[in-house]
Every structure is written in structure tokens, then in C-alpha cells.
Design a protein around this ligand. Structure first.
Ligand code: NAG
Ligand code: NAG
Ligand code: NAG
Length: 466
């Protein structure tokens, strides 16, 4: 055989290879440009807004100077990764705010977030509130890490395509002390099978298996105890007690692998997302076409994490990897919103089947509206808020008292206040009915009490005076 033929064959093979892989597994110039463009637009929009406020004589609080761009996990220094890991462990070591009567399985502040997600799963997926709910959820988690665990960084994200060939070897999951823990131990197994709900067409969807499947035995979460769930969606796993809210201690399992990640969350996927012309199409690419093999990068990466609780739609925030995945979900949405044209993408909630108040518009419901209240649960949020920040040393939060019934109600300048079932004074967006207090001569009173407490104060600072 002549050398030229061999070379020709080699070229042909290389071309096929490039056609399938390079486009999907290396970042194209087009995608890099779009990402840069999105970033400049965010800065431009904020600058315009600042100028507009200054022209009206107002002082903008959110400015280009205090704007923060979250960062890709692997691009953080080892010290910064360690600080993040330690903050997550700190949240896992703090007592829960969720009362026993609500979820006896909640054993830590970290678990409070898992409870909220379990309770709301059926309203916050494939519905109009999906993206904003999860954006706020990640923000509250980031806030808890900062306010309650002294973390000074921000929520990092998992840039899905970057390590798509072998996410288990990435800085996120390689099992180093600076990772989010390793993959599960390898046990031979089949990939997950999604079974369509009764009455819905389409066959079972078989997804590729990862290269783990067993318990996580390396890295900082090797000895982590999963307390809540599972609820549903995991084959071969019995549901936990009390609909997943009971205590069901067990080890963390993962099933990371390249097959699922490459198939559902590669660079082409992200490019497709950023170039979708409207929110309905964005959501179909992001969340998937119902009951087809196109499950989208949202589901694709949840199943890339897989295992327990990562593979359980309800309990998935119980795996620390949830938060970097949703950091990226939020990042991609942010970039798509900024790419415009114009500001419409910040307000248009779409009209497709994922734009309603119920899961995939089943049962049929109204379209979600911008005025809809997002329910973040009572136990997820920080206890006392004013202007969106904790008031720690020096300044007290500012509250307004308004006459109500036989007494008066308090509102912090962002939200209503109430005495929660754990007897703490809480002001949060999720409160719909403010508690009515009376005046006791010197202090305000609720029932027989004239002193109240917040469920927790940020580390190393004084509890706010109310
Ligand atoms: C789908 O999977 C379920 C659960 O494993 C099984 O009972 C059912 O027979 C499968 N259906 C088809 C069409 O293969
Ligand atoms: C990349 O993702 C797209 C869907 O976004 C998929 O159609 C394609 O097959 C994926 N590429 C690889 C190599 O799996
Ligand atoms: C809310 O109260 C804080 C503390 O007094 C103040 O700094 C902030 O400007 C107020 N925000 C609004 C929107 O009134």
C-alpha cells in the first residue's frame, strides 16, 4: 500500500473525528464571542441604569463597581476552592431552622434548602417559575454561605462542556481536597431509564451509564451523610420515610461519566441555547422536549451527577454538586437574557407549555406572570432582612409598623414579618400574612411575649436588635 493512501485514510478519519467531536467538545470562536458580548452587555445595561438613576437624583445601589461575575470552579485558586468547600461543610454542620414537625430528616442548614426543594418540586419545574425560582434559590444558598459561614467568595459554576469527556477527572470531581468530592466507586450497572408517566405517549428512554454508581469514597464529602429523600425518579431505590422528609441517613452516591455529559451538555448545546430566539425555545433546549430522548442540559447534567440523591429530581440539592450545576443554569440564562435584543428577555415569560403555573401545564393552568410570588419557603431565607442584607454590627434593620386589626404589623423595607412556628421573628418574601402585634407599654408584644429572637445570626457578629 502506498504512503499517500495511508495518509488519505488518516485524513478521512481525522475529518470524521473533527466533524463529530471538535465542534461539540471545543469552544468555537462564535461561542466565545457570544459570551464576551453578553458580558459587555451586562456592564453596559448596568451603566445605563446607573446614569438614568443619577440623572433622576437617585443613588444607585447596584453598580458596575460592586457587580460580581461568578467564576468557573476550575478557574478558582486552590485556596478559593477550599474556602468554598469549607463553607458548604459549615452549612452542613449548622443546626437546621426547619422544625422537626415539618421535616424530621432535616439535620442541618444545608438540609433546609433540600426540604424547600422537595416541598416545591412539582411547582418549580417545567413551569414559568422554574428559572427565576432556581436563580433565587442559588442566590439564597450563596448568601447563607457568606452570611452564616463567613465565606467571602461567590457561588462558582460548573462549565458543563469544559470537562465533558470525563467530568469525574475535572477539578470539580477528581477527589482532591479542593474538589466537591470524587465520583462514586465503580460498580457495573446500566444507565438510568426514564419511564413516561401513565397515559403519556413515548417509550422508555434509556440514558448512558456513568463510570461510578457506588458510594463517594474520596474528597471532602466522602463521609457526608445524606439525610433526606429519596422521593422519586430513582429506579431501584425505595422512597425514604414521610415522602422524603423523614430521616434516612445514608452515604452519598454518584455516577459521573463522559457519555451523558458529552451527549447532553457540550459546547454545541450551549451555543444552541444562547442563539435561541425566544424564551419558549430557550426552555425547550434547556429543559428538554417532553418525553423524548432530548432531555436537555438541565436534566442531562442532573443525570450526569446521578446516584443518590443527585439522580432524584426532588432531593437533588442534597448533593453539593447541585449548586454548581444550577450556577451554570443561571449563568447561561443570564447570558441569553443579556444578548437581547433590548431588555425584553428580562420580562418575557413566554407562552409555551413550560410557561404556565403547573408542571408542563398539567393540569392546565394560567400562564405565569411577572407579579407571581415566588415561594422560597420559610426556612431557607435569612431571618432578619433589610434592603436585602443582614444587619450585623452597629445598624439595626429598619422596620415600618402599620396599623392592622387590633394592633400593628411590621414590614422590613423589603418584606413582611411574622412569628414563625419556631417562635422566631422572621421577615421574608415568602410571608403572605404579617403577624399582628400589640403595644405593651415599652415594647411591642405578641401573645404573652415582648422579646423575640432571630433563628440565627451571621458568624462572628452580633445578633441584630429588633
Ligand atoms: C419501561 O420500563 C418499565 C420499568 O422498568 C417496564 O416496566 C416497562 O415494561 C418498560 N416499557 C417498555 C416499553 O419497555
Ligand atoms: C452535543 O449536544 C447535542 C445536543 O445539544 C447533541 O445533539 C450532540 O449529539 C452532542 N454531541 C455529542 C458528541 O454527543
Ligand atoms: C432599607 O433600610 C436600610 C436600612 O435603614 C436602608 O439603608 C435602605 O436604603 C432602605 N431601602 C429602601 C429601598 O428603602
Amino acid at each position: 500500500m502506498k504512503a499517500a493512501t495511508l495518509l488519505g485514510a488518516a485524513f478521512a478519519a481525522a475529518t470524521v473525528h473533527a466533524g463529530v467531536r471538535c465542534r461539540d467538545l471545543t469552544q468555537s470562536r462564535e461561542l466565545a464571542d457570544l459570551i464576551d458580548q453578553a458580558k459587555s452587555r451586562v456592564i453596559q445595561e448596568l451603566t445605563d441604569k446607573e446614569n438614568e438613576l443619577r440623572d433622576r437624583g437617585e443613588t444607585p445601589s447596584c453598580t458596575v463597581k460592586n457587580l460580581v461575575f461568578r467564576r468557573e470552579y476550575g478557574s478558582l485558586s486552590k485556596e478559593d476552592r477550599l474556602a468554598y468547600v469549607n463553607a458548604v461543610k459549615c452549612l452542613q454542620s449548622k443546626p437546621p431552622r426547619t422544625p422537626e414537625s415539618v421535616a424530621p430528616g432535616a439535620k442541618s442548614r444545608f438540609d433546609d434548602f433540600v426540604v424547600t426543594h422537595i416541598q416545591q418540586t412539582l411547582n418549580i419545574h417545567y413551569s414559568g417559575v422554574f428559572q427565576p425560582w432556581h436563580r433565587w434559590f442559588v442566590h439564597q444558598y450563596e448568601k447563607a454561605l457568606r452570611d452564616e459561614c463567613g465565606y467571602t467568595g461567590y457561588q462558582p459554576y460548573w462549565d458543563w462542556p469544559k470537562y465533558a469527556r470525563a467530568p469525574q477527572n475535572s477539578p470539580l470531581f477528581n477527589g482532591d481536597p479542593t474538589s466537591l468530592g470524587g465520583n462514586g466507586e465503580y460498580i457495573p450497572h446500566d444507565g438510568p431509564v426514564i419511564v413516561p408517566p401513565p397515559g403519556v405517549g413515548g417509550g422508555n428512554i434509556s440514558l448512558p451509564a456513568g463510570v461510578g454508581g457506588g458510594l463517594v469514597k474520596t474528597g471532602p464529602f466522602a463521609d457526608m451523610v445524606v439525610n433526606l429523600g429519596p422521593v422519586g425518579g430513582l429506579a431501584d431505590t425505595a422512597p425514604g420515610p414521610l415522602g422524603g422528609l423523614g430521616h434516612n441517613p445514608r452515604g452519598l452516591k454518584r455516577d459521573l461519566g463522559g457519555a451523558m455529559n458529552m451527549r447532553y451538555a457540550n459546547y454545541t448545546t450551549v451555543l444552541q441555547l444562547l442563539t435561541r430566539p425566544d424564551v419558549d425555545q430557550f426552555r425547550i433546549v434547556s429543559e428538554g422536549v417532553p418525553y423524548t430522548v432530548e432531555i436537555g442540559p438541565h436534566g442531562g447534567i442532573h443525570y450526569t451527577i446521578g446516584g443518590d440523591p443527585g439522580g432524584d429530581l426532588f432531593t437533588s440539592p442534597g448533593d453539593p454538586a447541585f449548586w454548581v450545576h444550577h450556577g451554570q443554569m443561571d449563568r447561561v440564562w443570564t447570558m441569553w437574557q443579556a444578548l437581547g435584543p433590548g431588555p425584553a428577555r428580562y420580562t418575557d415569560l413566554g407562552s409555551g407549555s413550560y410557561a404556565h403555573r403547573t408542571w408542563g401545564n398539567e393540569p392546565p393552568s394560567d400562564l405565569a406572570e411577572l407579579g407571581d410570588v415566588i415561594d422560597m419557603g420559610t426556612y431557607t431565607l435569612s431571618a432578619i432582612r433589610s434592603a436585602g442584607t443582614w444587619y450585623t454590627t452597629g445598624t439595626c434593620a429598619t422596620f415600618t409598623a402599620t396599623p392592622s386589626g387590633s394592633g400593628f404589623a411590621f414590614t422590613s423595607n423589603k418584606s413582611k414579618c411574622a412569628i414563625s412556628s419556631s417562635n422566631a421573628l422572621t421577615c421574608s418574601f415568602s410571608i403572605t400574612t404579617a403577624t399582628v402585634f400589640t403595644y405593651g407599654g415599652t415594647n411591642f408584644k405578641y401573645g404573652a411575649s415582648s422579646s423575640f429572637y432571630a433563628t440565627s445570626a451571621p458568624t462572628g457578629s452580633t445578633q441584630p436588635t429588633v
